[in-house]
Design a protein around this ligand. Structure first.
Ligand code: SF4
Length: 378
């Protein structure tokens, strides 16, 4: 007998085949952004090739049946591991990559980018995401360990990437004191990038004092972004593109439940956390630090097969079931992200969060405002 609100069919909501595997090759980051959520970014803990080999050797064929599995090199600053070690970590994935079964993605501050790094990123066909929050004043939270701004170094890195023909997606954090959509978009598009994603700042892990914009401010931000997007069709705004793709589905597909991606995130030591990369490295005895297994002792597919045994995963599925029963945005958001429930409410069974308001509800409300021409500028 279970006391869980989500049981049986609800546990089928978890997909066994992730679309992406997030790797943290090193916990280290040379930056010290004031909004960073990583608790161990000052520690130089590096992944070994043995761990990369254990991951690559256990990626089943069916995971890439629809599209290559994204191997997302995330941080800290993944390039802080150094070129030689990263190449050693890439080697076990080479056969999978050349057969179209995986695709490498890196998310970087671009401050370490030089010609040699660009050669590596080109050789291994990386998709590159760069973190940049807009014009210089919007990047005051992005500083190095000595508190110096990294804005100029990031711009120089983007310029080098583009000179090498590498296409860049920019990811910008939107905070309550930095939420001018058209100014941000004008600047970021001026760097030559054609894809922009926005992360609305949220309370996560080490970033407990987040400057999250309230719902109305986020709603204005997305409304302005929608208007900007109409006059700049050559630039894709990731979140709005997703929403418009969802709305273009027929009703049957819009109303269908989606299976949640387990989104395994693997730390430098092979530990696997599920659902939210932000849970990696967070000490929480109640949930065994969110570690669902370790790839050195158990293949990743096996860890994922028993994912719903982890207490926090079960709780999250309960929370999703509660969202489905109570929220008019559910079809679109499918319960959003696990980590935000925990960081905002201390439990995964919670439903509404500031994050789901600003990232899922606000764009829908903004589209409504935009469609009926409602003035919400006040
Ligand atoms: S918008 Fe928030 S409350 Fe509504 S379904 Fe999504 S996560 Fe749940």
């Amino acid at each position: 007998m279970t006391t869980s609100a989500a049981s049986g069919a609800d546990h089928q909501r978890l997909s066994g085949a992730p679309t992406a595997i997030i790797l943290q090759p090193t916990s280290l980051c040379p930056l010290n952004c004031t909004y960073c959520y990583l608790p161990q970014r000052h520690l130089s803990q590096r992944m070994t090739p043995t761990i990369a080999a254990a991951i690559a050797a256990n990626i089943p064929d069916d995971w890439s049946a629809q599209a290559p599995v994204e191997i997302v090199w995330h941080g800290g600053e993944p390039l802080a591991i150094g070129r030689e070690r990263l190449i050693e970590l890439l080697a076990p994935f080479e056969q999978l990559r050349t057969h179209g079964r995986v695709r490498h993605v890196v998310q970087t501050s671009a401050t370490l980018i030089d010609d040699a790094w660009c050669a590596v990123l080109t050789d291994y066909d990386f998709a590159v995401g760069v973190s940049l929050d807009g014009p210089e004043h919007a990047n005051r939270h992005r500083v190095d360990r000595r508190g110096r701004p990294v804005f100029d170094r990031t711009l120089a890195g983007i310029e080098t990437l583009r000179r090498h023909g590498l296409d860049v997606t920019i990811l910008a954090v939107v905070s309550a004191d930095n939420a001018a959509a058209s100014e941000t978009l004008d600047f970021l598009a001026g760097t030559g990038c054609t894809r922009i994603g926005f992360n609305i700042e949220a309370a996560e892990a080490a970033n407990r004092d987040a400057h999250t914009p309230p719902l109305d401010q986020a709603r204005r931000f997305w409304r302005d972004a929608l208007e900007w997007g109409e006059t700049h069709p050559q630039v894709e705004i990731r979140e709005l593109e997703r929403l418009l793709r969802f709305l273009a589905l027929d009703k049957q597909h819009r109303d269908a439940d989606t299976r949640h991606d387990p989104l395994p995130t693997i730390g430098f030591n092979g530990d696997v956390v599920l659902l939210s990369p932000e849970l990696l490295g967070v000490h929480e005895p109640r949930y065994s630090d969110f570690v669902a297994g370790n790839v050195t002792t158990e293949p990743l597919p096996q860890i994922l097969r028993r994912a719903a045994e982890a207490g926090y995963v079960r709780e999250f599925l309960d929370g999703v079931a509660r969202c489905k029963a109570s929220c008019e945005f559910f079809a679109w958001c499918q319960g959003a992200h696990a980590g935000n429930r925990y960081f905002e409410h201390g439990t995964f069974t919670a439903t509404e969060t500031n994050h789901c308001q600003t990232t899922y509800q606000a764009p829908v409300l903004a589209l409504h405002d935009h469609t009926i021409g409602k003035d919400i500028s006040a």
